[in-house]
Design a protein around this ligand. Sequence first.
Ligand code: KG4
Ligand code: ZN
Length: 338
Amino acid sequence: MKILAFETSCDDTAIAVVEDGVKVLANVRQTQTEHHEYGGVVPEIAARLHAENWRAVLEQCLSDAKLTIEDIDAIAVTQGPGLQTSLLTGTTASSFLSLLKNKPLIPVHHILGHMASVALDRNIEDFEFPSLTFTASGGHSDFYICENFTDSRKVGQTIDDAAGEAFDKCAKMLGLGYPGGPIVSELAEKGDSTAFAFPVIMLEPDSLNFSFSGLKAAIYRTVEACEDTTDETFIANVCASFQETVVKTCVKKLERAFEKHPEVRSFHFVGGVSANKQLREALKNTCESWDKKFFTTNQFIYSTDNAAMIASVAYFLYEKNPEIAKIQFVDANPRLVI
Ligand code: KG4
Ligand code: ZN
């Protein structure tokens, strides 16, 4: 089953075709660099660029897949959560295609998409459930216990800033641009991770929730106290110490989650932050010592927002309940819950 998916929840106009949930036939993404100078996503600019770009992205996607719209079995779209005005391009374009071309349309929750991103370019038989899935992105740092790729139960979440948001805010305080994750992790490689002792916030003894606002405040104070915040060594040291603190926090939380949920057989690390090499390595090592199978995305482009993951989970949702696919008009829902 070939599914064409649209993902426009934030600042990436992304369209992909995936066969049977795992085989990526085309995966096109146009990232909007126009936001970088503002240090964050400007909703009006994102909405305009999605509306301008989606047709070219669709043409590129079908051409890469060597398919026409007639070859597509179903369409999928991110319905939410996300920016209302960004989501609208995806939901409107996919809905019109559904009605015009008589193709079933499957609405998808963005985070469920991230959860399925580990399945891309993999054999479905390799997975062992229940999994503990860590979704770490710009808006989420959540732990889920998943029975498969569509049934999950949240067991932990951020109570303030998300992990990706912490990277973005760290970069902003150091005047480094947006998005912060890739910039901070690159600079961290040149810095001394023991230069600053930032706080590892664990919350209550059994809590699987995250809090990164204390770390953000510590960085703010460090930057305020520095006489020359343009000094390259200072910047690299803050980045390295910050990243080390995020790594320590996530490792400790993962160990706590394994203690609380011994039934889990594997760990899945997904979302934009899972593109972070140091975190991947540290969490993989933790899984090895706990004898849990470790999975993260097969390619970095599957970690950050993409449409292939939306096509993937749409397939699993359809397998579970074919009724979900209807010829229909789907409304954007910025506060959609799983
Ligand atoms: O999943 P995603 O693309 O979008 C959301 O759903 O939010 O995640 C974006 C987040 C941003 O906060 C970005 O800074 C972070 O992922 N990110 C990273 C890395 N690459 C992207 N964080 C840490 N290390 C990276 N290499
Ligand atoms: Zn995302």
